[in-house]
Design a protein around this ligand. Structure first.
Ligand code: NAD
Length: 285
């Protein structure tokens, strides 16, 4: 079997058109969605991500505000800035680009962002609301994965889903979203014994490990849906995922490539969450 490619770039572009239309409608009601991004320090990768987020805001007609803070900023200053943005009615989404310097408590930073503006979906209140199936900001990469499957017409209820990786931003929440949609979910991680035993049961296999080409054909059931979250560099410095694409795509039914798979969905869902937050202010006030 040769897998069908799930084209994240195309699906993201379609979603962005829908978002831009809704932004325009909201603007005609007097509300322009605004996203504030705080960048602490001068991490090259973080700066690239932040620039992409600003660019996406501009393309979709949203306002973006970039706040740059120096590497040695005190925790209180960062928390005070977040509190100021919490009170700013022109800002509907706030995100602090991670990672932040070690001397600042990441949990404190996340919990200072108002849950009503937590468009990354990292605040414990949003995580709890997601777990209990209530209205919440869903974390962007996991949410993007669910949209990819929905747009591809892949049913989830009753499927065996295996998630490799249990980070708070990808592995854990994506498993929860699958559970919310009635899948049977197994989590695998660095302490899992006999990984293959589990992954071979997967109708849908999600790889969020951060190791280039970690998932091989031998891990995959014939015809499975394989979602590759990884963004890595191989020895040649080329972008690659966690899945050995060439061999796995000979066996899987569907597969996401890297690049142009999950990646483009993450910022798209961030834009969606910012739009959602802005739209909800109309009902709130
Ligand atoms: P992480 O390092 O926080 O977590 C990695 C997980 O992999 C851990 O839970 C660990 O238990 C598991 N793991 C490590 N070695 C393992 C092994 N030998 N067997 C089984 N499990 C093992 O990483 P993360 O933040 O979840 O990111 C994972 C990957 O996804 C990275 O490549 C990252 O760059 C990428 N990522 C992509 C996007 C996107 O937008 N596409 C967003 C976030 C992360």
């Amino acid at each position: 079997m040769t897998a069908q490619i799930i084209n994240g770039k195309e699906i993201a572009a379609k979603k962005r058109i829908e978002i831009a239309e809704k932004v325009a409608a909201l603007k005609s009601q007097g509300v322009t969605p605004g996203l504030a991004v705080i960048l602490v320090g001068n991490n090259h990768a973080s700066r690239t991500y932040v620039t992409s987020k600003e660019k996406a805001c501009q393309e979709l007609g949203m306002n973006s505000l970039l706040i740059e803070m120096s590497e040695d900023i005190q925790e209180e200053e960062l928390l005070a800035k977040i509190e100021e943005l919490n009170e700013d009615s022109t800002i509907h989404g706030i995100l602090v680009q991670l990672p932040i310097p070690k001397h600042i408590d990441e949990s404190k930073v996340i919990e200072t962002i108002s849950p009503l503006k937590d468009v990354d979906g990292f605040h414990p209140i949003n995580i709890g609301r997601m777990m209990t199936g209530q209205n919440a900001f869903l974390p962007c990469t996991p949410y993007g994965i669910m949209v990819l499957l929905e747009e591809t017409g892949i049913a989830i209820a009753g499927k065996n889903v295996v998630v490799v990786g249990r980070s708070n931003i990808v592995g854990k929440p994506v498993g929860q979203l699958f559970l919310n949609q009635h899948a049977t979910v197994t989590y695998c991680h660095s302490k899992t014994k006999d990984l293959k035993l589990h992954t071979k049961q997967a109708d849908i296999l999600v790889a969020a490990v951060g190791i280039p080409n970690f998932i091989k054909a031998e891990h995959v059931k014939e015809g499975a849906v394989v979602i590759d979250v990884g963004i890595n560099r191989n020895e040649a410095g080329k972008l690659c995922g966690d899945v050995a694409f060439d061999e796995v795509s000979e066996k899987a039914g569907y597969i996401t490539p890297v690049p142009k798979g999950v990646g483009p969905m993450t910022i798209t869902m961030l834009m969606y969450n910012t739009l959602k937050s802005a739209a909800e202010t109309i009902n709130r006030y």
